[in-house]
Design a protein around this ligand. Structure first.
Ligand code: MTE
Length: 322
């Protein structure tokens, strides 16, 4: 089990950086990925350890396949990679920790609180969210650590849920708050970070046709390590803009604080749109590495290739959006 006192071998001093920085070190990336002879064996083990069905929740209801997003222009990433190589710091700092440490984690019975500047604040359960109409969409996903994957998410466009809450004219942003349970999520005892994890979007970003509140992938419910029972997905932004296991959405009139910006303001800005020409202070974003491939040899696309859907939202902003 992850413990604050058990530092992994690549651990660096608290004062130096954050977990994000640790993971991009190529050696630890290769090591964690088990690239080379160990690769397949490593993933098979992880898969065997984590059940492929999240048994604590009812099966995923029927869903449609959105024809506009049936093909992301890249091969779908193997499920076993997506479920064994994770960032979910509540459950540990190494990529294989979440699959092990979140294994029996559940937020069941689940309630999402929607409040703030809206005419219809509410509490909804999973069933009420899924009844808004589940659909599958294959999206590209890009982490700031320069790895990328392609995932068949199943969820509801976030705009449908937001419409139910009826944000009023004061609502300019949506703030997301994740669960807080340091007894079960041992990473939340790490006092270097500000828990629970939190994120935010501008209201138009949250309403964008691409933004999803997802409850499943690969035809099944999300496993705990992927953010049970639901997470936000914004495929044109770096992965950390998509909070997992959220319990609250708040409409605000000011730009919400975000977990990583609070941790290292110089390195993580609010917008965090994928941009090959805006390097992270320590890592180029020019190229990316697909999970399961050896080299970082794919050119990164502006907005992760979703400019058609999102570029209009940033027409009057400079590309300083890291
Ligand atoms: N959400 C929570 N609650 N906690 C986290 O640590 N990590 C973020 C994001 N959402 C994170 C989170 C980061 S840095 C990334 S890259 C993605 O989740 C990783 O999602 P994955 O593990 O499904 O690949």
């Amino acid at each position: 089990m992850f413990s604050y006192h058990q530092k992994p071998d690549w651990h660096i001093a608290d004062s130096e950086a954050t977990p994000e920085s640790k993971f991009l070190d190529r050696r630890s990336f290769m090591k964690t990925m088990g690239i080379g002879g160990l690769m397949l064996g490593g993933f098979q083990n992880c898969q065997a350890q984590s059940a492929t069905i999240n048994t604590m929740l009812p099966p995923l209801p029927d869903y449609t396949k959105n024809a506009a997003y049936k093909d992301a222009g890249r091969a779908i990433t193997e499920e076993k990679l997506v479920t064994s190589y994770n960032n979910f710091y509540e459950f540990g700092f190494s990529k294989s920790d979440p699959a092990k440490n979140a294994k029996n984690f559940s937020l069941d019975p689940y309630t999402l609180t929607i409040d703030g500047h809206c005419d219809n604040p509410m509490k909804v359960d999973l069933d009420q969210i899924e009844k808004l109409g589940l659909e599958e969409r294959v999206y590209r996903f890009r982490c700031v650590e320069a790895w990328a994957m392609t995932v068949p998410w199943i969820g509801v466009p976030l705009s449908k849920l937001i419409e139910q809450a009826q944000p009023n004219s004061k609502a300019k942003y949506v703030a997301f708050t994740c669960f807080y349970d340091p007894k079960r999520a041992k990473g939340q005892n790490d006092k270097r970070y500000d828990w629970p994890y939190y994120e935010g979007l501008r209201l138009d970003e949250a309403m964008n046709e691409l933004t999803m509140i997802t409850t499943g992938y690969y035809g099944k419910r999300l496993l705990p390590q992927s953010g049970t029972p639901l997470r936000i997905i914004t495929p044109w932004k770096y992965g950390y803009k998509g909070p997992k296991s959220i319990v609250k959405m708040t409409f605000t009139d000011v730009e919400p604080k975000t977990y990583w910006n609070t941790a290292i303001p110089k390195e993580y800005k609010f917008y965090s749109n994928v941009d090959p020409e805006v390097p992270h202070p320590r890592w180029s974003q020019a190229r990316e590495q697909f999970l399961g491939e050896r080299l970082k040899n794919k050119p990164t696309e502006l907005y992760n290739g979703y400019g058609k859907q999102v570029a209009k939202m940033y027409a009057d902003r400079k590309r300083d959006l890291y």
